[in-house]
Write a protein that binds this ligand. Structure first.
Ligand SMILES: Nc1ncnc2c1ncn2[C@@H]1O[C@H](COP(=O)(O)OP(=O)(O)OP(=O)(O)O)[C@@H](O)[C@H]1O
Length: 371
């Protein structure tokens, strides 16, 4: 089935004149056979992108192109797209097979052929043998598999997933992630998906586009968004926990953590050091890049997350305090109150410039801390 290429250019949607656009000059390339995630908090415009792409809503400006063809004025059912929503929206009175065969039947495919194809797609979503059951007799996870089979049976040039797995519990969600990975290998579809969950974007997508208040903040592979966020807003949306306010001078960041070398030359000036908790190691005080006190310990399965408070020594970085989060190794524990060292590998240090006169407040105010 291999998918087509999707190109969104300058997409803008203003619902009411004078109001902030729901989406503002949004551009994105989704190459054929790739999976791109749009990631953002509630109300950031994610569904607006999908609705405009699918033709369910009209842009105020901008274009949607599939394989180079401009889709302006093309009705949703002729765009070569299929969409899976958070709720599966199956026909409860039809059998599972006939739900999947529905698009073929509407296209005039004979019933027998449509049903045979439906069975093939049910096999693909690991529901072979379920075709004869009434759709209302399925569990939530099975229903969502049928919705996916129905979308794939339409052989879309582009598959759109709108928070398709977010209503499922964690175990089912993970199963769906694996299934989608498997379907990508077999069918090579082009997928544009929307999620508010960075772990889901990480599990599924080659690239993510981070959206906030209708504005695209950054696009890139998840690993580079995690490690090199363009702003504090992106850092926070991707679960970043450590932000240390300071100043860059001659390639070093000065803060209560001390004077820390940076992996790359950045301009001098106020800057917030961000470092992923997964990259920070807790050591003995003698071995750390800085020394602090454990103020909080949170258990997360086999690993724990600690917050360490570091007080500046009054040198270049001043005498204030800074908090650094670190993920401990499996089974490791350090009690609150312990004095520990922290190692922040040079390659994992990243700074985000702050506009002059601010003290590290977010460049995008709407994002709340998720401590
Ligand atoms: N028909 C409409 N009329 C007016 N404003 C709208 C309309 N549809 C969406 N909006 C506004 O546009 C903005 C973006 O909405 P959108 O549904 O795209 O966000 P979202 O990121 O998908 O949010 P969620 O994750 O909660 O679904 C929101 O502020 C929303 O209130």
């Amino acid at each position: 089935m291999s998918g087509g290429s999707l190109k969104l250019t300058g997409l803008t949607r203003v619902h009411r004149p004078g109001q902030r656009p729901a989406l503002d000059d949004f551009s994105l390339d989704v190459p054929a056979g790739s999976c791109v995630a749009i990631l953002g908090p509630s109300g950031s415009g994610k569904s607006t992108v999908l609705r405009l792409t699918a033709g369910l809503d009209e842009p105020t400006a901008g274009t949607v192109r599939v394989d180079g063809a401009d889709l302006a004025g093309v009705v949703p059912e002729r765009r070569g797209m299929a969409m899976v929503f958070q709720r599966p929206l199956l026909f409860p009175h039809l059998s599972v097979r006939d739900n999947v065969a529905f698009a073929d039947r509407v296209r005039g495919v004979p019933r027998r052929t449509a049903r045979r194809r439906a069975e093939e797609f049910l096999e693909l979503v690991q529901l072979g043998g379920y075709g004869g059951r009434p759709a209302r007799a399925l569990s939530g996870g099975q229903e969502q598999r049928v919705a996916l089979a129905r979308a794939l049976a339409a052989e879309p040039r582009v598959l759109l997933l709108d928070e398709a797995f977010s209503a499922l519990d964690a175990a089912l969600r993970e199963e769906m992630h694996e299934l989608l990975g498997d379907l990508r290998m077999r069918l090579d579809p082009t997928i544009l998906l929307v999620t508010h969950d960075h772990a889901e974007a990480d599990a599924l997508a080659d690239t993510a586009a981070v959206l906030d208040e209708g504005v695209l903040l950054q696009t890139g592979p998840m690993r580079s968004l995690y490690a090199r966020p363009a702003s504090l807003a992106v850092c926070r949306l991707l679960g970043g926990r450590t932000e240390v306010t300071g100043v860059v001078r001659e390639g070093r960041h000065e803060s209560p953590l001390g004077t820390l070398e940076l992996p790359a030359r950045v301009p001098d000036g106020p800057a917030v050091l961000v470092v992923r908790h997964e990259a920070v190691t807790v050591t003995s005080p003698a071995d750390g890049d800085c020394v602090g006190t454990v103020v909080r310990l949170r258990r997360r399965g086999l690993r724990s997350l600690v917050t360490v408070e570091v007080t500046g020594d009054g040198g270049a970085g001043g005498a204030g305090t800074a908090s650094v989060d670190a993920e401990l190794g499996p089974g490791e524990d350090v009690p609150p109150g312990a004095t520990v060292g922290l190692r922040l590998p040079v390659a994992d240090r990243w700074v985000v410039a702050t506009p002059a006169g601010t003290t590290g407040s977010p460049t995008t105010a709407a994002v709340s801390r998720r401590r």
